[in-house]
Ligand binder design. Structure first.
Ligand SMILES: [Zn+2]
Length: 113
């Protein structure tokens, strides 16, 4: 499952940050995910709950924040909202869109102790 490796990647980041920022427990993680990141939130929650056992984030809760997808339309020269990578421009119907936001996943904030 793709989300399992994503969850393991998150734990890796938490462990690295625990060393560099000198904390020992993670209580809550806020994660931003764009609609184009191909990550299923429910699957990720399930995997996160599985991989945190026995780690510094044991029992931590996961808050998933959905980011809007944005693209620059070459047809009408403006930034437009999109839901999927190959959407047409909602303004002019052009398919000449360059995705500018929405394919990322990042840890926004941590509650630690
Ligand atoms: Zn357009």
């Amino acid at each position: 499952m793709h989300e399992m490796s994503v969850a393991e990647g998150i734990i890796q980041v938490l462990e690295d940050q625990a060393v560099s920022q000198n904390f020992s427990r993670v209580k809550k993680v806020w994660l931003e995910i764009g609609p184009l990141a191909s990550i299923d939130s429910d699957a990720l929650r399930f995997c996160f709950d599985a991989v945190i056992r026995g780690t510094l984030a044991d029992n931590a809760s996961l808050e998933i924040i959905g980011l809007p997808g944005l693209a620059w339309c070459l047809g009408c020269g403006q930034s437009v909202a999109i839901q999927q990578r190959y959407d047409a421009c909602p303004e002019c119907g052009s398919y000449h869109l360059q995705v500018t936001q929405g394919d990322e996943m990042r840890i926004k904030e941590l509650e630690v102790e």
